[in-house]
Design a protein around this ligand. Sequence first.
Ligand code: AHR
Length: 690
Amino acid sequence: KLTLDLTKPGTTVSPMLYGLMTEEINYAYDGGLYAELIRNRIFKNNPAKPDAWSLVSEGDAKAAIQLVGANPQNVPNAERGHAINDALTTCLKLTVEQPGTRAGIANSGFWGIPVKPATTYSASFYIKGAGQAPPPARGGNRPPQANAVPIPVIENNTAGPITVSLESNDGKTVYASGTINLEKTPYWKKYALKLTTQAGITPTKDAHFVISTNRTGLYYFNLVSLFPPTYGNRPNGSRTDLMQLLVDMKPAFLRFPGGNYLEGPYLADRFPWKTTLGPLEQRPGHPGSWGYRATDGLGLYEFLGWCEDAHMEPLLGVYAGYSLNGDHVDAGPLLEPYIEDALEEIEYIIGDAKTTVWGARRAKDGHPAPFKLHYVEVGNEDWFDKSGSYDGRFNQFRAAINKKYPQLKVISTIATKVYPTQRVTSGPPVDMEDEHYYQNSWQMQEDAFKYDNYDRTKGPKIFVGEWATREGSPTTNLISALGDAAFMTGMERNSDIVLMSCFAPLFVNVNPRNQATGEPAGMQWASDLIGHDALTSYGSPSYYVQTMFNNNIGNKVVPVSVSNLPMLHIDTAAINKTLAPQQRRGRQQKPERPSLYYVATKDSKTGTIYLKVVNVADHAENVTLDLKGAGAVASTGTLIELKGDKPESTNSITDPKHIVPVTTSLKGLGKSFSHSFSPYSVSIIKIKTT
Ligand code: AHR
């Protein structure tokens, strides 16, 4: 029996409780949310070869492609030029000795280019003809550089038509095509055109993007781009289906840019927010933290636009002088430039457009009004810093941020309860501490009660900045979703202490499987919330739990007491065998756990009660529900139920709606009624009271 005590004043539910955590991992942005369809558009992904690009050579064509410019390996001196600017220093050279039927370059996208009916794509690229522009006359009589190979000034021969198309991989179908006339110039020039597909075609991702010619010549390409329509038609914007999934979650905030992606493997690889701003021509990208290069097309300005589109506020992670491979900058003068950089980043977000340098830069980028910002987190998972420098670094950052922006809350990445010996000990109490949990379902269920015992008087407020039940791959399965839901009942019940939380990671590109591992080739981290390929996407059962919880919540917690709580007995040794060693650390394993988890909140304006109950058992549980102290209770309510037949049940690209919540009306409600909770289910009962 569960008794909801409406006579007691419940604590206030944090309005920021549920948000999103994001970073470039699993091709979450490039090949994911960021709508760009061309992979390796500035040719910097791999200095040894033009990844994702291939030669088109048809009929008796004689043609070749080669990476050239400043950065590629094994490039002759004669081809070390060709930079458009500091950011665009590598390009792709197409040599067509004999065009045959046609010759050109093709891009395979992020495991395919999505082609949809009656859709207009925006293509653009830089191109030039001759090997090098002639040296400027004002160079005078500069002596030749020692060992310099003379650069041949080849007759510019790119003038004339060039064809741009979206084609099936087998080359048999052209979905859309356009022609542009190249000017005869040895200098870089940008061209743009629209490609529109026909209405009747079947959507496919088995397609590629081609630029081709039937003329002999030398052609140099850079910044080749192709965008489909974006969410809200934002230029340089987001993929519509993925944004819609996020908007449907109604998140309160976005934690960005990481995660590990904030830190980078080494100091120089940290998230370079300044070079993620402005025209794409000024974004060189950076190595990223998960084994592939980031374009930074989704940069700081785009993160902020993303927040506005999804009606959430940013929670900014600032680089705090510690990187993944252990480099750290000690507190003191050496840390000052990093602090200055963080202050400038904050100024970009909220500084006045007229009176501050970075506020003016934001205005120039298109947003004169300051964005919203209340939370700044200093670093990420700094408990990995074995030098123990975080206390000093955090305090130096906090003092500077508090001084310039006293309205901001400053979050520490080391949680007192989890890392008592590494936490921040000096200075005033910390505004909020970030706790991370990646565990199996059983552990998450056990942790559903952990916050009930946190210190209400002295204890720090908690931000659960990364957490997930990690069962199922690439996306989570039903038993994960039940673990998530159980844990969320605990956070919601204790949201006077747990002010914010966000599941991680958010996305995974479920591209073709790696033969050796059987996992998607572009996945670095399994058990993610949302899966997508180039064409479609789906939410995991965990995604639907997030959506259910976020969309059905009151502003006051209703205390719930329980009698005769059904228990499940478990074989802890067997469960331990399923855990990765790092998941076992320091756990007190309990041989039994409840089969039901619950929380209730009430909307004090409408009188609606939201009762959430999770049943992790393989059988239904019949429960009497008493509403102590309720006024009138409407006899019909609403049941939103997510359930499945077995723990491993899941969703996928081919079966995206296998486990989804179903809404029905529920009759026979009153001050006391009973309900049978289905096996393996998450239920939300909405009860109208006055
Ligand atoms: O969410 C994946 C990774 O887990 C994050 O980048 C990091 O902060 C954590 O260790």
